[in-house]
Ligand binder design. Sequence first.
Ligand code: MG
Length: 233
Amino acid sequence: MISTIGFDADDTLWVNEPNYRQTEAEFCRILEPWLPEPEVSKGLFATEMANLELYGYGAKGFILSMIETAIRLSNGTISNEKLNHIIGLGKELLDRDVELLDGVKSVLAGLQGKCRLILATKGDLLDQERKLRKSGLEGYFHHIEIMSDKTENNYKKLLAHLEIQPEEFLMVGNSLKSDILPVLNLGGYGVYVPYHTTWQHEHIEHLPDNPNFAEIPGIKHLPGLLEKYEIGH
Ligand SMILES: [Mg+2]
């Protein structure tokens, strides 16, 4: 019996990746006098990957990586005015309104009371807290976990904290790498809800071949899928 359903937040409950891609496009336009867009994009991604261990996931690391990339790709010739513009783009990214994905509220409202709902997200603590507050979804969740990374070990700790077995846990999310594979590996259930844009770092080539894996085209399809499972406390 599934006692607890976990939800990823970014691009599962609300729009996230398109905001980053829009910021990146504006960043590339600022660097246009030095390099064409694909090379700036590639340079930014390389900086982000090199910084991941130090900065972790989230908007603040992304902002620092944009600044570092701009200085590197311009060979130190970028003006303070342009660097300020980049910092401004980052602040805009942090200050955006939260746009819920279609059907999220009704799905959560329908599941509330039937089992425990939790939110498991990764990124900057303050940024994720702010988005959650703006989303108006806080009240649906029994527990909110903001993780530095969604590794198997971190999920193991989360399940221990919730005092549940992996077989009672079903995770819903848009990233196979972060939301689905670690949970399947522990013996839990994973429901993959692909989003039209996925950060290349989260990209996985093949769908898992596991009886506990399911894919739905949108979160609206979750209640229909869950009819196949035994859900309860
Ligand atoms: Mg996500």
